[in-house]
Design a protein. Sequence first.
Length: 250
Amino acid sequence: MVLAVAWTMMLGLGGCERQPEPASPSPGEEQPPDVPELPTEPTTPLHPALVAHVQAQILPAVAEVPAERRVELARLATFVSERGLAKQSADLTFICTHNSRRSQMAQVWAAAAAAWFGVDAVRSFSGGTEATAFNPRAVAALRRAGFELESGPGDNPRVRVGLGPQGPELLCHSKRFGDAPNPKEGFAAVMTCSAADKSCPTVSGAALRVGLPYEDPKVADDTPGEAARYDARSQQIAAEMFYLMSLVRG
């Protein structure tokens, strides 16, 4: 199974429009769902190193997801559940400015969490307001987490991401969020950086828009703390994707 990564998002371009959108409920208006009991083994066979990383680092971190972010993740869980009940795919498109770090990691971890919990309806994608490249530091962080990644040639290489010995598999590269093979309508747009969140108050074709901005690990590039910063961001994203899929599976 090959999933994809893609996107667009500039003012007046790629389906990003300056239009009013109903405000999301504030954290004070909703009580976030508790963390369900988490299975310690994946439903779909995954690479042993990835399973060990999830068991040691990700599952314990799920309980630390902040309440205000659990509210937003619960909105996504409702979207995924409703699509699954309707026998439709639940397409999640993770959007940031360059589709280089945060949105790529979110796309990969969403696929891994869906495989862990057996949420077959989920298809994950990613993209940006502009295309750059899947940053090698983010690739390295995912490799340290137990994924198997193979990068192709070129300035914007296709990166094959293996989750398990016999699949699933993703083919990732940087692109604008409206570019193929990303869905054009009926998807959930998940804004993973504050710049993209602010510049695109609505995303054309999206059935749901959720803001989940993450701090950019780029701030640590070429410093002694680079690997630790990328690993921390990867773990944060992973914990939230596992919380999301745990709500869907119940």
